[in-house]
Design a protein around this ligand. Structure first.
Ligand code: TRP
Length: 75
């Protein structure tokens, strides 16, 4: 297992229909998975051999080892 594959993030949806999108690792960066969360639902997602980036669309609280950030707002 590579070092960058141990990382995981926590996403807590603050509204219905938050989308968590996994993007592929490697030369070709594309969507490979899309997961819908409703308000209050939590997803714990890892970076893996197949996933190098995670995109969150909608209002959510995102916790990582680097800190927390809120998506879907301007502050
Ligand atoms: N099959 C994917 C993988 O092993 C599942 C996955 C892991 C995923 N992390 C993710 C999907 C983050 C969406 C977002 O890489």
């Amino acid at each position: 297992m590579m070092n960058n594959e141990k990382e995981y993030i926590v996403i807590k949806a603050k509204e219905n229909g938050v989308t968590v999108i996994g993007l592929t690792r490697g030369t070709d960066t594309r969507f490979h998975h899309s997961e819908k969360l409703d308000k209050g639902e939590v997803m714990v997602a890892q970076f893996t051999e197949h996933t190098s980036a995670i995109k969150v669309r909608g209002k959510a609280e995102i916790q990582t080892s680097h800190g927390s950030v809120e998506s879907g707002t301007e502050d």
